[in-house]
Design a binder for this molecule. Structure first.
Ligand SMILES: C[S@@+](CC[C@H](N)C(=O)[O-])C[C@H]1O[C@@H](n2cnc3c(N)ncnc32)[C@H](O)[C@@H]1O
Length: 252
């Protein structure tokens, strides 16, 4: 175990939710330049900016508009996104001189960020295969050596938002990307991941949750698993009742 590994494990041990985890990680890394991709109402951004006064540059990337080619529940009408934009601005106005708002899709604005400028890139935008591919490949060159690429929605099931939506592929795509560049990647609690950009090739998937034993996709499409997912969507009360029965059995 090296220092970074120990630091990450300590942060996990001291955290009880996503925000706390990232505040601890950013503090430990003494991160100065950070980007958040996918900001919505700026709730995460405002928490981070408030708790991490040492961050001197915080890029906020979000199109804040309806996207015709994004099949996810957060893709609502323009009016909703306009309100989110105003709320995100208000929520982070207290840190106006430290924040840089980049309104647009990652592909439209990422070139504004200089190469090797970032200590940490936090990805929480379009979580489809297309979205995570664009975000990881677009942001990685902008993160300095030794810096981190992390993010949200690292789910062991690709059907995060039900089969009515495009699957979420933050996992396993980010693991494959880490392997391609020879980086160590961590599966963290609260559906988070963290990749360490290093000059030394040292790919390793460190799963601190115990939920990611299979990094393939075949299992995700296994008929039994898919049918179970469909049944749970069609009859949500069955799943709830089964959970209640299991909980009751455990108590007795
Ligand atoms: C889950 S929300 C972000 C929540 C926020 N990070 C937080 O924790 O408070 C996802 C956001 O990603 C944005 N998004 C969708 N597609 C995007 C793209 N191609 N580039 C950048 N952001 C995108 C959406 O507009 C939406 O606001």
């Amino acid at each position: 175990m090296d220092n970074t590994d120990q630091m990450i494990r300590d942060c996990v041990a001291r955290s009880t939710n996503r925000a706390e985890l990232w505040i601890n990680l950013l503090r430990s890394a003494n991160a100065r330049h950070v980007v958040e991709v996918g900001v919505l109402k700026g709730e995460f951004a405002s928490t981070i900016l408030r708790e991490c006064a040492f961050i001197s540059k915080y890029y906020m990337i979000d199109p804040w508009r309806h996207l015709d080619d994004w099949n996810k529940p957060a893709n609502r009408e323009d009016e909703y996104h306009e309100k989110c934009f105003l709320t995100a601005k208000q929520n982070t106005d207290f840190a106006g001189e430290r924040r840089i708002i980049l309104r647009g899709k990652t592909t439209e604005v990422v070139d504004t960020i200089p190469l090797n400028d970032l200590d940490v890139a936090y990805l929480d935008g379009d979580h489809t295969l297309r979205g995570i591919t664009i975000d990881v490949i677009g942001l990685e060159p902008r993160v300095r050596e030794g810096g981190w690429i992390g993010g949200d929605d690292f789910h062991s099931s690709i059907w995060q938002h039900s089969t009515a939506f495009e699957p979420t592929l933050v996992f396993p795509f980010s693991v494959y990307f880490a392997e391609a560049i020879g980086a160590r990647i961590y599966g963290l609690p609260y559906n988070q991941f963290l990749m360490v950009k290093s000059a030394v090739k040292e790919f390793k998937f460190v799963d601190l949750t115990g939920r990611f034993s299979d990094v393939g996709l075949k299992g995700q499409f296994h008929p039994d698993r898919f049918l179970k997912q469909k049944m749970a969507e069609a009859f949500p009360w069955v799943r709830k009742a089964a959970k209640r029965m299991v909980a009751k059995g455990t108590r007795e």
